[in-house]
Design a protein around this ligand. Sequence first.
Ligand SMILES: Nc1nc2c(ncn2[C@@H]2O[C@H](COP(=O)(O)OP(=O)(O)OP(=O)(O)O)[C@@H](O)[C@H]2O)c(=O)[nH]1
Ligand SMILES: [Mg+2]
Length: 452
Amino acid sequence: MACRVALVRQAIGNRGVERNCRRLVQTQSLAEIEEKTEWKPRTGGKKSGRNFIDRMRCTAIGGSGGNGCVSFFRDVFVPRGPPDGGDGGSGGDVWLEADSSETSLSCVKQWLKARPGSNGRGKSMHGARGSDVTIKVPQGTLVREIPSESKEASAVTLDRGTDRSSRFLSELEEQMARRTDDKAALFVHYPRWEERNDLSDVRLPAEFKAFRWAMAHAEPLSADLTVHGQRLLVARGGLGGMGNPHFIAADDRQPHYALRGLVGQTRVLDLELKTIADIGLVGMPNAGKSTFLRAVSNAHPKVAAYPFTTLNPYIGTVTYDDAAQVTVADIPGLVPGAHRNVGLGHAFLRHVERSRVLVFIVDVSRPEPWRDLQMLRDELDMYRAGLSARPSLVVCNKADAGGVARRNFEAWRLIAPEQALVPVSAMLGKNIRKATHAMRQMLDQSCQSGCM
Ligand SMILES: Nc1nc2c(ncn2[C@@H]2O[C@H](COP(=O)(O)OP(=O)(O)OP(=O)(O)O)[C@@H](O)[C@H]2O)c(=O)[nH]1
Ligand SMILES: [Mg+2]
């Protein structure tokens, strides 16, 4: 019975159908089940890992501030009361927050917009502040602003197409330009008072000027979100406009104008994910990296007997007897010429670039496995000079693969006696403890020497 269920699972390729299958197996033959089952292997979607994104460009736009209100107190027998227009609420801010449960930038949208503040109202009612937007990004996300005058940012601006957000952005820019050139455009006027209002002597509030100055002189953003919960303000919401009571002056007790809210900050950002793991696994396709990660940690990356099974990085946590935990990153395999984009290229190496220790997984059953190691080291150096000089350990996997593996291993030991080689069989779980112990030792040594 159990054997039949296993067969059905294999045939249909979906673990979720096991319960249904058990029921079906009792009454029907395997052929009938295969014919009638409508389950299909899942393709695409977040869980299949095809949505993995580790580099992207997005635009963050703070919410616009609400306008101040022009209003006057009115009551029975009070036909010309004092000004009582409320201030507009500030626009919401856009934040990025590092979250350990996120593994990819696929959750980040291209346009990150916060809500605008509400306009002020009569009877001194101030507008509500626009709500902030917080976007969760994986730990290890590098944030870099592309200055608006740079070619790259203008390319983004030109390439907006007909998207609604792009039109929105163009409108914002137009508004901004209008408001900086024309003082009158900074104000809202009482109905039919536009011509009568003389704004030449009106002094803008200091808070308003300070905000505009801060926006104009903001430093280009550059940050690294490494710690869970770390937050970064990427676009400030615009300041809310001031209501007409702010403009009462000795010669004008009844100002018929109020300040408009300012548009929020707009920033074009480059996000790059560089996974943070203590140890990085590097190897050729099919060397057994994922099998090794499964054997040493709690991760369950896919394992199969064809190259490039792993298409995006996986992180596993190794827990030692003393409860110490070490994170290990498995990345897609490297082939000769990866630096020329052969195979999956070497772009995924950015995910082990921050690892303090590298573990080379070499298939010892292949002829002359030491050449594979040399190729891996060369590819690392071609990605980033000196990367292969990082503290490393060589794990000779598939040591269970008969006499070939044993002979290769012995030959390797003679060729490079100084090389630390750990023979393991990740599939059978042989010598895994020795490998994890060696990994921990290397990590401790690298911590002591402060190497990174
Ligand atoms: N005999 C033997 N086979 C192994 C061992 N480790 C892994 N394999 C087999 O090697 C094949 C590839 O294993 P994976 O773990 O998917 O290899 P990988 O390096 O992650 O491959 P990519 O993800 O394609 O880069 C699978 O069929 C494994 O069962 C081992 O210790 N001994
Ligand atoms: Mg793999």
